[in-house]
Design a protein around this ligand. Structure first.
Ligand code: XMP
Length: 317
């Protein structure tokens, strides 16, 4: 029987004991796990925790600045590193999903490593790894491993030579949320949908350009804000938009247009291993589709993904 208060008390004591006066570096992602890990560590060691929040240029619209401000408001010792151009430069011309993931993983480690070297005498790397990540990274070592390479776990290059501390390693997602609530973290932050590490790159099918990222950020923002204002956001486990590598014909006045198609996806799930598409109300879909087509230049068609996992994974790549 899990009690968040007891967990916090014991873990903070354990971290104090283990880390003493050592410096610790942690990568914040804007997600629930890394945030809860950071707040716990902050309670234990305060300013000896150095958080780094990297903008890979593939986050949701305005997310980098908003989340960075939020972290600062929480009293975390955090540095925002805007590496969007570097990531997008390295990704130029790459269409293969696994190559995208590997490229992003590599560049992230490079950026993170550079930043960690700026912290004098840092001894530990903290990670927001939770129990299902531990299980999954074990199971992906098998022959079916190549389905998707999740780079959240075990991504430490040996030249970093840091000891690893993972305070959430034994917890499930709902327990992490309860710990977060006990720590006083904003419920809106704790209720955020999961978002993949490679970000929008795996929702832009085919190659990635800054223009495509911007189109998808705008589409995604209309969709997510719509879900929130209709009271649907918390009823959905994960939602997002996908930019398809096809154009379709439309009409505008007397003109025929040939523009982008986007797919919307919203799923119910408990752990992401299986998922059902959500029966979003037709009125909502109608409104959101109109808003997207009216507001986002370059998009003339919206489709809704009605596939469940298995076999259709949540992400399209
Ligand atoms: P799939 O698409 O495999 O996704 O059904 C299951 C869950 O995992 C997320 N996902 C990822 N998360 N790096 C991540 O950090 C990845 O490469 C990655 N691929 C998928 C996906 O968003 C969903 O929550």
């Amino acid at each position: 029987n899990f009690t968040p208060n007891a967990f916090v008390e014991e873990m903070v004591a354990e971290l104090k004991e283990k880390l003493g006066n050592d410096k610790v570096v942690l990568g914040l992602s804007g997600g629930v796990d890394s945030t809860v890990a950071a707040v716990l560590l902050n309670q234990a060691i305060g300013k000896n925790l150095y958080c780094i929040f990297v903008n890979n240029g593939l986050l949701r619209k305005n997310e980098f600045q908003n989340v960075l401000d939020q972290y600062k408001g929480m009293g975390l010792n955090v540095k925002g590193v805007d590496a969007g151009n570097r990531f997008l430069g390295e990704l130029a011309g790459i269409s293969d999903p696994e190559t995208k993931r590997k490229t992003i993983g590599r560049v992230f480690i490079e950026v993170f490593d550079d930043e960690s070297h700026l912290i004098e005498d840092v001894k530990w790397l903290a990670q927001g790894t939770i129990y299902p990540d531990v299980i999954e990274s074990v199971s992906v070592k098998g022959p079916s491993a190549t389905i998707k390479s999740h780079h959240n776990v075990g991504g430490l290059p040996d030249y970093m030579k840091l000891k690893i501390v993972e305070p959430l390693r034994m917890l499930f997602k709902d327990e992490v949320r309860r710990v977060g609530a006990t720590l006083g973290i904003d419920p809106e932050l704790l209720g955020r949908h999961p978002f993949p590490g490679p970000g929008l790159s795996i929702r832009i099918l085919g190659d990635i350009t800054p223009e495509k990222v911007q189109i998808l950020q705008d589409v995604d923002s209309v969709f997510i804000e719509g879900l929130k204002s209709w009271g649907l956001y918390d009823k959905v486990w994960q939602a997002g938009a996908i930019l398809l590598p096809v154009n379709s014909v439309g009409v505008m006045g007397d003109e025929r247009t040939y523009e982008k198609v986007v797919a919307l996806r919203a799923v119910e799930s408990t752990d992401g291993m299986t998922a059902d598409w959500v029966h979003l109300p037709y009125d909502f879909l109608m409104k959101v589709s109109n808003d997207i087509i009216n507001k986002v230049k370059g998009v003339n068609r919206v489709v809704y993904d009605i596939s469940s996992k298995p076999p259709a994974t949540i992400e399209w790549e």
